[in-house]
Design a binder for this molecule. Sequence first.
Ligand SMILES: Cc1cc2nc3c(=O)[nH]c(=O)nc-3n(C[C@H](O)[C@H](O)[C@H](O)COP(=O)(O)O)c2cc1C
Length: 291
Amino acid sequence: MVPTITIKEDLCIKCGMCIQDCPCGLYNQETEGSVPEVHNLAICISCGHCSAICPPGAIIHSGFPQDYLHQINEKNQPSNEEVLELIRARRSIRVFRDKPVERQQIERIIDAARLAPTGHNMQATQYIVIENKKILNEMAQATTNQMSWTVNMVRNPLIKPLVVMIAGKQYDSIVESVPFMEKMIADFKNGKDNVLFNAPVVILFHADEKTIFGDISVQLAVQNATLMTHSLGLGGFYSGLVLMACQRDKTLKQMIGLPRNHKAYGCLVIGYPKYEFKKWIERNKPEVSWL
Ligand SMILES: Cc1cc2nc3c(=O)[nH]c(=O)nc-3n(C[C@H](O)[C@H](O)[C@H](O)COP(=O)(O)O)c2cc1C
């Protein structure tokens, strides 16, 4: 829907910030020092930059009524050292306490996720929160079934050319992960859940497949959610394996109510950590090209 934008002339201080900041270039000034004019509203992506950056609040965008604009609390901004410390301290958690996660905490995590940037400001990411133990077990089972299918495909010499064709450049990494998957499958059969690690919650991030950059936008939302999870004293991990099952297994897709034409792009497994990391570790030195 095309929004409307009104500039309150009596409030405008003609600072020109809206003109410089609008990513769509909607604002211009007829003459220097005049109140800006708005053109080409049809291409507005309703990011809200104009309303948020205007110092006196002279820009009234139909997508952002007064209660959509909040004061940024400068005193609450973490220092760069605090941001880095949070990033360092976050680790994948796979050992959980036998304790459910409160709805309020999950809502806080999703609140952080929804504030992540999205391609073309589409904000199309949706969430499925799975707390039901039976469904969680089904998810873990379906994930193991998918792994068995992959292992059988890779281990069958007769269909190797087909597998190579389907897997493309990832073929070698898939082959490398086969022993790992075989162990997971065997463990699962013996009653050890190393797919979900008996976690009480899974959050599945999904979007309409037609959404531009929908998959990438989800990954950013997941990272926001991950950091919020940690800061709430919760923990968890990204499950690529469960995600794969949610993308491939039709029965599972139905069971979790994934809408038609939607695709699961991200999967976070969450719970209360049993143990706490006291040390952070170095990662590989980054390979960087400076031009
Ligand atoms: C795309 C992606 C997929 C992952 N899939 C799984 C998974 O299926 N199971 C799992 O236990 N961990 C999974 N992880 C977690 C990684 O193993 C973990 O992030 C990595 O070993 C680094 O450890 P850290 O998260 O503690 O820093 C995944 C992580 C990413 C980013």
